[in-house]
Structures are given as structure tokens and as C-alpha cells.
Design a protein around this ligand. Structure first.
Ligand SMILES: [Zn+2]
Length: 174
């Protein structure tokens, strides 16, 4: 698309020239599964118009990214049964950016997934509770069994190792 992006591998993914596991596509964005996920179902949102960092995004694309983060987070919570998402942008090399193209990461989060966790886990309105929420009195006795009894198999903390792409896309398309 943009001339400065012709050699950019992420422009080629965003424009369908390089294959990837597509989660979502519209006129401005492609969302794909990360080939090296932090958690199963880790999605990368790529603007089709090349931008290296967030300040280079058009006003329209920066609005669009926000809406897409919201939709994909909802799709992960409903489709994968996770309890949260981390939305992450490395903006510049000093922030850990390695790709030449702006990437917005949406990472499914589960209780005890051992990813970055700056604070103790606290319930938040509008998000699903962790599977063992509210069962503190039983936790020490039958931790594993309690979770299995009260939680449907598809709603347990860890999603399948090979994430079901359809579980996300079905929510996005619906
Ligand atoms: Zn690019």
C-alpha cells in the first residue's frame, strides 16, 4: 500500500500477500494470530496503511484500532472463555518494539497464566470472574475438583493449546 511499506513484512501480511491465520479483516485492518503467542489466541492488529508507531496513525485508524480492540476482547471472552485481555503496544525501540510496523497486541488472559501481572487479581465490573472466585473457603481442600464441578469444560481458565480460530471469528462476525 504506502510506498514506505513495500518491504515491510507486516504490510504484506496486512494486505494478504503473506499468509497468516486471519481473525478479522476490514478495509483498514487485518487481525491475525501471533505465530509466537504469549498465550493461545494472542491476536495482532495490523493497520493496512503502513505506520511505524502510534503517532503516525491517521485519526480514522486510531479510532478504528480502539473499536477493534474492544471487539476482539469481547470475542476472546465470549469465544475462548478467558477472564480478561491485555492490550499492548510497544511504541518505539526503547519500549521494546522490534517490528517496523505498528502492531497492537490483544492477549487473552487467564487466572494464573503467569504472564505479566503487576497487581493482585481483583474482580472488575463487566469482566467474567475467575473460575474459583468466591470459593475461598473450599480452595485449600478441593481446589481442582471444585473448579471442574462448577465450571463447564469450555469455560475453564486455560483455553485449548491449539486455539479454535472459529471461536473468535464467530463472535466477531455475529
Ligand atoms: Zn508496514
Amino acid at each position: 500500500m504506502a510506498e514506505e511499506g513495500q518491504d515491510c513484512i507486516f504490510c504484506q501480511i496486512a494486505n494478504g500477500q503473506v499468509p497468516a491465520k486471519k481473525v478479522y479483516e476490514d478495509a483498514s485492518f487485518m487481525a491475525v494470530l501471533d505465530i509466537n503467542p504469549a498465550n493461545p489466541g494472542h491476536v495482532l492488529i495490523l493497520p493496512k496503511a503502513h505506520a511505524s508507531v502510534y503517532p503516525q496513525l491517521s485519526e480514522g485508524d486510531s479510532s478504528g484500532v480502539g473499536i477493534l480492540c474492544k471487539k476482539i476482547s469481547l470475542a476472546m471472552i465470549q469465544g475462548l472463555g478467558v477472564q480478561g485481555t491485555t492490550i499492548f503496544v510497544a511504541n518505539g525501540g526503547v519500549a521494546g518494539q522490534r517490528a517496523p510496523h505498528l502492531i497492537v497486541h490483544v492477549i487473552p488472559r487467564m487466572q494464573d497464566d503467569k504472564l505479566f501481572q503487576p497487581h493482585p487479581v481483583t474482580p472488575v465490573d463487566g469482566m467474567p470472574d475467575a473460575p474459583d472466585e468466591g470459593k475461598d473457603d473450599k480452595d485449600d481442600k478441593d481446589d481442582d475438583e471444585g473448579e471442574k464441578k462448577d465450571t463447564p469444560p469450555d469455560k475453564q481458565a486455560a483455553p485449548p493449546k491449539d486455539v479454535d480460530l472459529d471461536a473468535i471469528t464467530a463472535v466477531l462476525d455475529g
